[in-house]
Design a protein around this ligand. Structure first.
Ligand SMILES: [Zn+2]
Ligand SMILES: [Zn+2]
Length: 76
């Protein structure tokens, strides 16, 4: 089951905003998108769990206990 994980490596691809945790449809997340240029996400886009985020040299990694590791940043 690697397909799901691949789909959520892009910020904003899930039902929830990875920055504020609100549903993507709830409002425009313009400030969230701005912030995500500089900051890693905080919430899993699929299940809204708070993720464990680590900054790495290539960007960031974020771990959801249900959906595994996501990563992003300059190297992607
Ligand atoms: Zn948001
Ligand atoms: Zn999750």
């Amino acid at each position: 089951m690697s397909g799901v994980r691949d789909e959520v490596t892009q910020v904003g691809q899930g039902p929830y905003c990875v920055r504020c945790g609100d549903p993507i449809d709830a409002h425009e997340h313009l400030s969230c998108l701005d912030a995500l240029v500089l900051e890693p996400p905080r919430y899993c886009a699929i299940c809204r769990r708070r993720m464990v985020v680590q900054i790495v040299p290539s960007g960031w990694t974020a771990h959801c206990s249900e959906h595994g590791d996501l990563h992003g940043g300059n190297a992607v």
